[in-house]
Write a protein that binds this ligand. Structure first.
Ligand code: GLC
Ligand code: CA
Length: 554
């Protein structure tokens, strides 16, 4: 099996906010087409598209109404093919989002399924009768109230682990699995290079759908739908289709552990090539960003190192700090107010040089930050609105809004900031969602001109990673584990060693070099190869706030 994906770096596009090409205020494939050279210039090798398909947008594309077409807001299949061809000409691979845990309630399968208990689609979803006048079980949905919604036509309930408009597919039905395979073939035949499989560890539910624990909000049913009984068989069927093509499969695994991830990524089936885990996104929160706690570097390091050590030699990591589901990283793990550039660049190096395939989310490369809207009504993300109302009605408004600032997925979904002109150069028309007011300072055009910008630092990091096998294949070793502000790791491959030293402090900090190096003088010569501060600003023996240094050990 090929492993070209290991050398790559990816750029993630959430199209609605990327670039509007036809001036209606909504990002689209015309805009993407025009920006492919820019994406290539970053030094990435591929693009992951969040869903582009027709969707009523209850969950912005993750509620799909037709798997084999393009949303009219974004263009059409013809335009997609043009983007794909141009991307391939530029040497960029393209992967699509495969969202098959659920569809939209406006998908024709569901519209048929809900009509009666015996029609060709009646068993495509998870329907249950009421239990003694109550809901079929006590599961809660992750987005919107209970996990069951009543349907008059069938006098039954359907299961939705996410929003009400996202009914879960019944993957136990072989016809549903055939549909998934047919969707895969449709896009692979067109030439796409792989899939990111959405919440893929949720698709097989435990027989009998047993009650979950009553006191865990939102996730109480998870033990019965995460890593379910038939998950590996179903994924093996999908892998079989994929193996007819030169492509790879990347699974999103909410709450997945290294142990369960290894089951997906190893073994003779090797059902997934890579997985997205969430552990390192919990350094300032608990389980979800709604439950905020102060950022603790030790928590972050522990998560990073756990995945690095436990996958080494067995499976391949994905590396990311942002995507469309998480608020902006500088606003969380950095300092957007006082050290925007410094912390944005340091965070880039902190993860890109680990072992794995790095992903960069649109706007991350220029250091976009969270948006603070005044009123809950201004937010559009279903999970912000519902969780906000459901769980914290007893709290004062200011506290509830603070939770939204920390957690809303809308923060990563504001229009991309291309320049300092009206609407940040995203569109000539009023954009579909608010532009962050800092666009005059934080935008692509300004950062292009500054050799020390976050944008140019991402380019340097990606180039350095690509030019040095040690960053691709080298082993990983963490130093100063207990240090509250320093993250230091070494990569070693053949006779080459690199040391990455990251300061997470907002004040100068003593530079620490692993003791082993000092003991062995012959290994102690360090050659600085990358730094996020200009030479004249650097201090000897001290790291400036959020400084990062990469040394080659000679
Ligand atoms: C994944 C997606 C997220 C979506 C959810 C339900 O976590 O990344 O955006 O809301 O699945 O499809
Ligand atoms: Ca448009």
């Amino acid at each position: 099996m090929n492993d070209w994906y290991k050398k790559m770096a990816f750029y993630q596009i959430w199209i609605r906010s990327f670039k509007d090409g036809n001036e209606d205020g909504i990002g689209d494939l015309y805009g993407v087409y025009d920006k492919l050279e820019y994406i290539k210039s970053l030094g990435v090798d591929g693009i992951w598209f969040s869903p582009l398909y027709p969707s009523p947008n209850a969950d912005y594309g993750y509620d799909i109404a037709d798997y084999k077409d393009i949303h009219k807001d974004y263009g059409d299949l013809g335009q997609f093919k043009k983007v794909l061809a141009k991307a391939h000409d530029l040497g960029l691979k393209v992967i699509m989002d495969l969202v098959v845990n659920h569809t939209s309630d406006e998908h024709p399968w569901f519209l048929e399924s809900k009509k009666s208990k015996d029609n060709p689609y009646s068993d495509y979803y998870i329907w249950r009768d009421a239990k003694k006048g109550k809901l079929p079980n006590n599961w809660e949905s992750l987005f919107e109230g209970k996990a069951w919604e009543y349907c008059h036509e069938r006098d039954q309930y359907y299961l939705h682990i996410f929003a009400k408009k996202q009914p879960d597919l019944n993957m136990d039905n072989p016809k549903v699995r055939e549909e998934v395979k047919s969707i895969m073939r449709f896009w692979l035949d067109m030439g796409v290079d792989g899939f990111r499989e959405d919440v893929i560890n949720f698709i097989s539910k435990k027989e009998g759908l047993p009650n979950g624990l009553p006191f865990i909000p939102m996730a109480n049913g998870m033990p019965y739908y995460k890593d379910g009984p038939h998950i590996h068989d179903y994924l093996a069927e999908f892998r079989e289709v994929a193996s007819e093509y030169d492509c790879f499969l990347l699974g999103e695994g909410p709450m997945t552990t290294t142990k369960s991830a290894l089951k997906y990524m190893t073994g003779h089936h090797k059902n997934l090539d890579m997985m997205f885990n969430f552990d390192h996104m919990m350094a300032d929160c608990f389980m979800t960003e709604y439950i905020h706690r102060p950022f603790d570097l030790r928590r972050l390091k522990k998560a990073f190192s756990k995945w690095q050590y436990e996958l080494n030699g067995k499976a391949w990591n994905t590396l990311y700090l942002e995507n469309h589901d998480h608020p902006r990283i500088i606003s969380r793990y950095g300092d957007e107010k006082h050290f925007h550039r410094e912390s944005g660049t340091m965070l880039a190096a902190s993860y890109i040089f680990q072992q794995g395939t790095p992903f960069i989310y649109q706007g991350q490369e220029i250091g976009m930050t969270n948006i603070h809207l005044r009123d809950i009504e201004q937010y559009v993300d279903v999970s912000s609105k519902t969780n906000f109302y459901r769980f914290h009605t007893d709290e004062p408004l200011s506290k509830r809004m603070a939770r939204i600032y920390h957690s809303s997925r809308d923060s990563s979904r504001t229009p991309m900031q291309w320049n300092g002109e009206k609407y940040a150069g995203f569109s000539g028309a009023k954009p579909w969602f608010y532009v962050n007011s800092n666009y005059k300072k934080i935008n692509v055009e300004t950062e292009e001109k500054d050799p020390y910008s976050i944008l140019n630092f991402y380019r340097k990091c990606l180039k350095l990673r690509k030019d040095n096998d040690v960053f691709l294949w080298g082993s990983y070793k963490e130093y100063f584990k207990g240090h509250p502000f320093l993250y230091v790791y070494e990569r070693a491959y053949k006779d080459k060693r690199m040391l990455v030293v990251c300061s997470f402090a907002d004040r100068p900090l003593a530079l620490r070099i692993p003791r082993e190096y000092e003991k062995d003088k012959s290994r102690c010569r360090l050659r600085l190869i990358l730094d996020n501060y200009p030479r004249e600003d650097r201090l000897k023996g001290l790291l400036k706030p959020y400084e990062v240094r990469i040394y080659e050990i000679l």
